[in-house]
Design a protein around this ligand. Structure first.
Ligand SMILES: C[S@@+](CC[C@H](N)C(=O)[O-])C[C@H]1O[C@@H](n2cnc3c(N)ncnc32)[C@H](O)[C@@H]1O
Length: 213
């Protein structure tokens, strides 16, 4: 087994195990997070001002971000590694499409989508694999399409592994993650850093990017 396949298998099992509990925890989370909602709205506006087309929410979990983007008017579907997460998402949002899959090897043709969202999902990839994840995002994104990545920021430290209650994750310096995306065909439009609110660990990072030629 390679490092990546071991990581995917551990992540899938861990999220299958906690899917119901995780869904409960995040159910109303966006209500108190105006900046997070603003970033998602900015992404939706970028998509809507370009050519029409599909958006994919990678690592969609229980589908709350997929649903929010759908409510903002996007034609969006979700993909997640965890079959239990996908079952929950399908049940909660029967009007939306959800598929089991891994964001490092998507069952999508080149240039199939106008936008990719990874909302706290690349955080679980081994750091050495993240460049190849961005390469896959680039492959499936049409020219001038958009990418939105949300993650835990490392607050001055180098890339740092930390334990979550589910499976280990990595905090990234925002410049380093932006540079990796840039090296794989995306140019930065903007970024948003948000301090943790009560009960949260770590500063939150968001990168909004556009696919270049
Ligand atoms: C922290 S949760 C975030 C879920 C969702 N984006 C949200 O904010 O509610 C991380 C999700 O990413 C998924 N994930 C992790 N690695 C993945 C991969 N390689 N491909 C697809 N999904 C993945 C996990 O199964 C899990 O559902």
């Amino acid at each position: 087994m390679t490092e990546t396949s071991e990581n995917l298998s551990a992540t899938r099992k861990a999220y299958d195990r906690v899917a119901v509990e995780y869904t409960e925890i995040v159910r109303d989370e966006f209500d108190g997070l105006p900046l997070d909602r603003a970033v998602l709205a900015a992404f939706a506006e970028c998509i809507q001002t370009g050519d029409p087309g599909l958006v994919v929410d990678l690592g969609c979990g229980p589908g709350r971000v997929t649903a929010l983007l759908g409510d903002l008017g996007l034609e969006v579907f979700g993909v997640d590694l965890s079959p239990v997460m996908i079952e929950i998402a399908r049940e909660a949002y029967p009007g939306l499409r959800f598929e089991v899959g891994s964001m490092d090897a998507l069952d999508l043709p080149d240039g199939a989508v106008r936008g990719v969202v990874s909302w706290y999902s690349v955080i679980h990839a081994p750091p050495r694999a993240v460049a190849s994840y961005f390469a896959e995002f680039r492959r499936v994104t049409a020219l001038e399409g958009h990418l939105l990545v949300a993650f835990f920021e490392s607050e001055g430290d180098p890339v740092a592994k930390y334990d979550t209650r589910v499976v280990p994750a990595y905090r990234w310096p925002i410049d380093e993650l932006a540079e990796l995306a840039r090296g794989n065909g995306f140019i930065e439009i903007g970024r948003m850093l948000r301090e943790p609110r009560a009960g949260e660990r770590y500063r939150r990072g968001h990168l909004l990017m556009r696919r270049q030629a």
